[in-house]
Design a protein around this ligand. Structure first.
Ligand code: NCD
Length: 318
């Protein structure tokens, strides 16, 4: 694999292969010294033009566990226009001899622009491009679901028949988009729920069903309920009356939590707005996989870094 730009570039075999390799990487974490020499001498540059806590730290941890060097660039506060600063930064980084770039950028398509090779020659991993995609998040979510369903018998399996409901600010969510396409590839079915204003206009062309009533959706007893952050920073208009009303209609509050089937899994990519899209009781409940998602993110990113930096020739890493 040369780059990872979109989950839509992965067929089922490739997606399952990444999840399986991440299982091997997770095993490394349980060793006395949780580190492999595999990427010694390679340098990974984290270029973050948008805020991030877990994605940036997770890529950093993953690169270090594979013995790569990591440099991190945070563009917060830059006054240069976005296109120019991306080009300038990329070329500066390239001059330092970088093997892989992990890019988060507010513009949809930014990672693909970088990967076309005109500015730099490094492998590119999309760590979130605008409202478009966040492929490693989709992969870590699928990995988390697969582990919850199949446990130690996960290897080689997809998510056939799994019913996933994704709730909230679908419109602004690259996490939702990456999940939708990857879940489809892996055999799961996806239902979207949110205010009409936060369901994208083109949703009819996606491989999903959709609706606006959360209680109706939960009555269908989905296997997974994935809550999304209300992305205030991307909203330049009023998409819903107020926070109380949002929470009342689309929040996973304590009453809805109590009505979930016993084995329904609750997920959230973080960062969470506690009390808005998810209550603290739901976020911290035994059925919540939020911290599993974070832990699994490191294994997925180790697998992806390994694949883009050492060619796709196989699983000889561990
Ligand atoms: C998400 C993102 O940045 O797209 N966060 C993450 O990477 N875990 C979701 C969000 O910001 O709401």
């Amino acid at each position: 694999m040369r780059h990872l730009l979109s989950v839509r570039d992965l067929d089922r075999g490739a997606a399952v292969g990444i999840l399986d390799l991440a299982e091997d990487m997770a095993d490394v974490a349980t060793r006395a010294v949780p580190r492999l020499p595999t990427l010694r001498g390679r340098t990974v540059a984290n270029l973050f033009f948008e805020d991030s806590t877990r994605t940036r730290l997770s890529f950093e941890a993953a690169a270090k566990r594979l013995s790569a060097d990591v440099i991190t660039f945070s563009a917060k506060g830059s006054s240069v226009s976005k296109g120019e600063s991306l080009k300038d930064t990329a070329q500066t980084i390239a001059a330092m001899g970088i093997d892989a770039v992990v890019l988060r950028h507010p513009a949809s398509g930014a990672a693909r622009v970088l990967a076309d090779g005109q500015w730099i020659d490094a492998a590119v991993i999309n760590a979130g491009d605008g409202m478009h995609e966040h492929p490693t998040q989709g992969l870590l979510d699928a990995f988390t679901m697969r582990k919850a369903v199949h446990g130690t018998a996960s290897r080689g399996t997809g998510l056939d028949g799994l019913r996933v409901t994704i709730v909230g600010d679908i419109l602004h969510s690259r996490v939702a988009r990456s999940n939708i396409w990857l879940l489809k590839t892996l055999g799961a079915s996806v239902h979207l729920v949110g205010p009409e204003t936060l369901l994208p206009a083109g949703v009819g062309a996606w491989p999903v069903t959709s609706g606006t009533d959360l209680d109706d959706a939960l009555a269908g007893k989905p296997d997974v309920v994935m809550m999304l952050r209300v992305q205030g920073e991307r909203m330049h208009a009023a998409y819903f009356p107020n926070e109380r009303e949002y929470s009342r209609q689309w929040g996973l509050d304590d009453a809805r939590l109590a009505r979930l089937a016993p084995d329904t899994m609750v997920m959230h990519p973080g960062p969470m707005n506690r009390g808005l899209e998810i209550s603290s009781a739901a976020a911290d409940s035994a059925r919540s996989l939020v911290l599993d998602q974070v832990a699994n993110g490191v294994s997925i990113r180790m697998a992806v870094l390994y694949l883009v930096l050492s060619g796709s020739e196989g699983r000889g890493a561990v």
